[in-house]
Design a protein around this ligand. Structure first.
Ligand SMILES: Nc1ncnc2c1ncn2[C@@H]1O[C@H](COP(=O)(O)OP(=O)(O)OP(=O)(O)O)[C@@H](O)[C@H]1O
Length: 657
C-alpha cells in the first residue's frame, strides 16, 4: 500500500509510521463482496436497471408531492413537443428562405413559421422555468419523505438488529442512499426531459427526411456511449471504495471530535492517526488518478469517433445535396438537428450516469428498508390487550437468550417471579447475564426461548406501547442526550407534559436538584459542550440526571442497572434511600456490584454464566454460604478497618464471559 505521508510533518515517534502497521479495517471486508459484484456489472446491466430506477424515483416523488410531480411530468412532455415543433418551424423557415424570388417576399412567406418558432421557443423557456420551480419545491419534500422513512425504521427496529452482522454498515449506506434520493429524482426527471428532447428531434428529422435519422444516430451514438462508459467507470470506482471512505470518515471523527480528543493527546496518537490518514488518502489519490486517466481516454476516444462520424454525416449530406436527392432546406435542418440532438444526448447520457449512480445508492436505501422490516416488532392489533391495571406480577419462565454468533446463551433457562411492591436484585460477576435478563424483562429484547408474563399474560399478548409505558429503565450505558438538563429528565416520560415541579421532584430523588440549580442556567442549561453556552457534566453528575429520568415516571416497574457506579458515597446513599422508598409500593429491579446496597432487597437472584444459581434474602444467602456469600464477604473485607493493610491475596476470580 503506497504511503504519501511526510513523516517530518509531525513530531511523533517514527514507530507509529511503520509501513506494515496497517489496521485490519483498511483491508477489504467480506461484506463488501455484494458491493463489488454490483460494481462489476457491465454497461448493459446499467441500461437494464434504468427503467426500474426511474420508476422508483417517480414513485417516491409522487408520494412526496403529487402536484409538483404532475407539473414536472406535464412540462417535460410539453417542452419535448415544443422542441419538435420548433425544429419543424425552422425547416419551414429555411424552405421559404431557400425558395426563389425577392428577399422581401421570402421573409413574408416565412413569417407564419417565424411566429410559430418564436412562440414555441418562448413556450419551451416557460416550460423549463416551470419545471425548475416545481423541481426545487420537490427537493425538500422528497428529502423529508425518504429521511423520515429511514428514521421511522431505525428507531423502531428491535435491539437485536444492532447485534446482527453488518447491520450498522448497511444502515450507514442506507443513510447515503437516503441523501441520494433527491439526486435520483432530479436526474430521472432531467433524463425524461432529455429523452423527450431527443425523441422530438428524431421525430422532426423523420418528418423532414427519414434517411436523416440514420445520420443523426451515427453522429450522436459514439459520444453517448463514451459518456455512459465513463459514468460506469466512476461508479465502479465508487462502489469498490466503500471501506476506504468509511475509514476516512472514521479517521475524520477520531481526529476532529471532542470525545476522542483527550485520549488522542494522552496516548500521543496524533502521528499514528495522521499516518493512517496519509495511507488511506495515498490509495485514494492513486485510484482517483487512474480513474481520471481511464475516463479521459474513454471520452477522448468517444469524441474522436463522434467527430469522425459527424464529418461523415456532413459529407454524406453534401453528396445527397449535390445529387439533388434532398432539398437544401432539409440538409440545413439536418445540420441544426444533429447539433440539437447532440446537445440533448449529452444531457441524456449525463443524466443516465447520474440516475445509475444515485440509483445504486437509493437501492442501498430500499434494500436496507426491506431487510430492516424483519426486525420491526409486530404492530399493536385488536388481539393485544391494553394493560389498564397496575403491574402486579412479572413471571420469567425458563427464559434464555443467545446473542447471534455466540456459543453460549447469555441467559440460560432462568425462571423467577417478581411481585408488586418487591425490590429484587440481580447480582453476579461481569458477563453473568444480569443486564440481558433485565432488558428482556423491560421488553427491549425478546427471549430466544421461554416466556415472560406480566399479570399472568405473555408479553406478546399485551399492547407493546402500553406495557412499556409501565416500565422505566435506567441503563448501565446511559446516553448523554444533547438537550437541556430539564429535557434530559423530562424525556423519561414523553406521554405527558412534564411540569417543572415533577422534574424537580425526580431530580431531588436522584440527588441531582442542587447540582442542576448550580449550573449557569439551572434546569435550562444545555448539556452539550459543542454548542455555544453548552455545559458538560462529570460522570457522576450525568448518572444523577439519568437516575432522575428513571424516577420521573413513577413506573410500576423500575429497572436500575448500575445506577451508582460513578456516584460519591453520599449521593449513592441518598439514591438507594429513594429506591427503598418504592419498596412495598412498586416493583424495582436493581443490578449492582455494590452488594451492600442489595441487603434490603426482598429477594436477591445470583446469576452465573447466564444461569440462576442462587436466590433468597441477604440473610438466607449468607447462611447458605454460596457464591453470593463469597462475593459479599470479599467486598466487605475491603471495608474492614481491623484487617491489616497487606491483606491476604484475594481469591482468583472465575472468568464468567
Ligand atoms: N449485544 C451483545 N452481543 C453479543 N454478546 C453480548 C451482547 N451484550 C452482551 N453480550 C454478552 O452476553 C453476556 C452477558 O452480558 P450482560 O451484559 O448481560 O452481563 P452482565 O452480567 O450485565 O455484566 P456486567 O456486570 O459486566 O454489566 C456476556 O458474555 C456478554 O459478552
Amino acid at each position: 500500500m503506497p504511503t504519501t505521508g511526510d513523516p517530518g510533518r509531525t513530531s511523533e515517534p517514527v514507530e507509529a509510521t511503520r509501513p506494515d502497521s496497517v489496521l485490519p479495517e483498511l483491508r477489504e471486508m467480506w461484506w463488501e463482496t455484494g458491493m463489488r459484484a454490483r460494481a462489476q456489472a457491465g454497461v448493459f446491466a446499467v441500461f437494464s436497471e434504468l427503467p426500474r430506477l426511474v420508476w422508483a424515483a417517480l414513485v417516491v416523488s409522487w408520494r412526496a408531492d403529487r402536484l409538483r410531480t404532475s407539473i414536472v411530468g406535464a412540462t417535460t412532455v410539453v417542452a419535448g413537443l415544443m422542441s419538435a415543433f420548433g425544429l419543424l418551424a425552422v425547416q419551414r423557415v429555411l424552405v421559404e428562405f431557400f425558395a426563389g424570388g425577392p428577399t422581401a417576399e421570402k421573409v413574408v412567406a416565412a413569417l407564419p413559421a417565424l411566429v410559430v418558432l418564436a412562440a414555441v421557443t418562448a413556450l419551451r423557456a416557460g416550460m423549463a422555468a416551470g419545471m425548475g420551480y416545481a423541481q426545487n419545491g420537490l427537493t425538500p419534500k422528497v428529502d423529508r419523505e425518504v429521511e423520515r422513512g429511514l428514521f421511522e425504521v431505525t428507531t423502531a427496529v428491535r435491539l437485536e438488529a444492532f447485534d446482527a452482522d453488518a447491520f450498522a454498515d448497511d444502515m450507514e449506506r442506507a443513510s447515503r442512499g437516503a441523501d441520494s434520493t433527491t439526486g435520483l429524482v432530479q436526474a430521472s426527471m432531467n433524463l425524461l426531459a432529455g429523452l423527450a428532447g431527443v425523441l422530438a428531434v428524431a421525430v422532426a428529422v423523420v418528418v423532414v427526411h427519414p434517411l436523416l435519422l440514420l445520420a443523426l444516430l451515427v453522429a450522436t451514438v459514439p459520444n453517448g456511449w463514451a459518456s455512459l462508459r465513463a459514468g460506469h467507470l466512476r461508479y465502479q470506482t465508487y462502489a469498490a471504495g466503500s471501506v476506504r471512505r468509511r475509514r476516512l470518515w472514521l479517521l475524520h471523527r477520531l481526529m476532529a471530535e471532542r470525545d476522542s480528543a483527550p485520549e488522542l493527546r494522552s496516548y500521543g496518537l496524533r502521528g499514528f492517526l495522521l499516518d493512517q490518514y496519509d495511507r488511506v488518502m495515498g490509495v485514494e489519490t492513486s485510484i482517483q488518478l487512474a480513474l481520471a486517466r481511464r475516463v479521459t481516454t474513454t471520452t477522448t476516444v468517444g469524441a474522436m469517433i463522434g467527430g469522425i462520424a459527424t464529418a461523415v454525416v456532413y459529407v454524406l449530406l453534401g453528396s445527397l445535396l449535390v445529387d439533388g436527392q434532398i432539398p437544401l432546406a432539409a440538409a440545413a435542418t439536418c445540420v441544426i438537428a444533429v447539433q440539437s440532438a447532440q446537445r440533448s444526448l449529452a444531457v441524456v447520457t449525463f443524466q443516465i450516469d447520474r440516475v445509475y449512480t444515485e440509483g445504486q445508492h437509493f437501492r442501498d436505501y430500499t434494500g436496507f428498508m426491506t431487510r430492516a422490516a424483519d426486525y420491526l416488532p409486530p404492530a399493536a392489533s385488536n388481539t393485544h390487550a391494553v394493560l389498564q391495571e397496575r403491574l402486579r406480577e412479572v413471571t420469567v419462565d425458563a427464559v434464555s437468550l443467545r446473542y447471534p454468533d455466540r456459543d453460549r446463551a447469555a441467559v440460560d433457562q432462568v425462571s423467577l417471579t417478581i411481585e408488586a411492591g418487591q425490590t429484587v436484585a440481580f447480582v453476579g460477576e461481569n458477563g453473568s447475564g444480569k443486564s440481558t435478563l433485565a432488558t428482556m424483562i423491560a421488553t427491549l429484547r425478546i427471549p430466544t426461548a421461554g416466556t415472560i408474563s406480566y399479570n399472568g399474560r405473555a408479553a406478546e399478548d399485551w399492547d407493546p406501547a402500553a406495557l412499556r409505558s409501565r416500565i422505566a429503565v435506567v441503563t448501565q450505558e446511559y446516553h448523554k442526550w444533547p438537550f437541556t438538563a430539564a429535557t434530559n429528565i423530562a424525556i423519561g416520560d414523553t406521554t405527558t407534559v412534564a411540569e417543572q415541579d415533577r422534574i424537580e421532584q425526580a431530580a431531588s430523588r436522584a440527588v441531582a436538584h442542587d447540582m442542576i440549580a448550580e449550573l449557569p442556567h439551572g434546569y435550562e442549561t444545555l448539556l452539550d459542550r459543542t454548542f455555544a453556552g453548552g455545559q458538560d457534566l462529570s460522570g457522576g453528575q450525568w448518572q444523577r440526571i439519568t437516575a432522575a429520568r428513571g424516577f420521573l415516571r413513577d413506573a410500576d416497574l423500575l429497572i436500575m442497572d448500575e445506577p451508582s457506579s460513578a456516584l460519591d458515597p453520599r449521593a449513592e446513599d441518598a439514591l438507594f434511600q429513594a429506591i427503598r422508598d418504592r419498596q412495598g409500593r412498586a416493583i424495582t429491579i436493581l443490578i449492582t456490584h455494590r452488594l451492600a446496597n442489595v441487603r434490603h432487597a426482598d429477594r436477591i437472584y445470583v446469576l452465573h454464566h447466564g444461569r440462576l444459581v442462587e436466590a433468597g434474602t441477604h440473610e438466607q444467602l449468607m447462611s447458605a454460604d454460596g457464591r453470593y456469600a463469597e462475593l459479599f464477604t470479599l467486598q466487605a473485607s475491603g471495608y474492614d478497618t481491623s484487617a491489616p493493610a497487606t491483606a491476604t491475596p484475594l481469591p482468583r476470580q472465575t472468568a464468567s464471559a
